[in-house]
Design a binder for this molecule. Sequence first.
Ligand code: MTE
Ligand code: MO
Length: 312
Amino acid sequence: MANRWTNKLTRADVTPENVFLNRRKVLAGLGLGAGAAAGLGGLALSGMPGAVQAQDADALEPNAWEEITSYCNYYEFGTNKDDPARNAHLLTTAPWSITIDGLVEKPGDYALDDILGQMTIEERIYRFRCVEAWSMVVPWNGFELADLLALAGVKPEARYVAFETVYRPEEMPGTRYPVLDWPYVEGLRLDEAQHPLTIMATGIYGKTIPNQNGAPIRLVVPWKYGFKSIKSIVRITLTDSQPPTSWNVAGPREYGFYSNVNPNVDHPRWSQATERRIGGGLFARRVPTLMFNGYEDEVAALYDGMDLRQNF
Ligand SMILES: Nc1nc2c(c(=O)[nH]1)N[C@H]1C(S)=C(S)[C@@H](COP(=O)(O)O)O[C@H]1N2
Ligand SMILES: [Mo]
């Protein structure tokens, strides 16, 4: 199934997970890294640890399930990358509902099961780029946020969408620490939220999304830094003014509202020109960071005439 929003990647391009993992084992047995597999797909491989290599959409290979689900950021469960995988089982994810309110025609509590009954789940293979300069490629399963907003009926005065993560101190040991102002909140401009690349994800690799990755439902905005992709959402509010966002409140000089992936605008404390692609076998592969994380053709028009350094 051709899908323009995956940058030419389609279901047929996804190596089934078991084959993918087996191939890595086979290649390891032959003394070849997984990078060599990418070489077969047309990616030049220098073999130099830390070498910066070209990003080729056709050579994008999804990270392994193990990588995606064990190296996580979900501060409500702790700030180390392996804390979420260890602690997130404490979160009760069923039953689940999302309150949709603010400037909508039909405000209310929407049961997740009812929402899913009206959505078609599809696969989207997206680059995922954390502001900390690591990245993965993730085969998400989900539906377009625009379809969910349409269920509630967006009023013409609405200009922004605010999101909120569930806040349950008794199930979320990390919230004992004032790392962020809980609950975790995020926001998008309405046109960003309604863009067809923006999805609500409920799965990875065709399986139910693990708690540490934001079960039962999380946002994925692939052209923005990972922290915009808020997890375990319980409230979506349509507003007429820009909503506060957790990381911007915590560090306004370092994290802006837009947070579009941009190799030309560095974080005050590190470069954003390249990123460390998690996994990849023997070598820690550094690749150049792409403008809008490689989705420039699809999203650049959203920011026409805007100073992206000012609006970082
Ligand atoms: N509620 C909540 N959502 C969150 C986070 C968080 O700590 N809490 N971390 C963000 C960050 S910084 C990133 S990079 C991604 C990580 O998603 P992953 O763990 O599924 O890779 O989730 C984002 N969403
Ligand atoms: Mo992140």
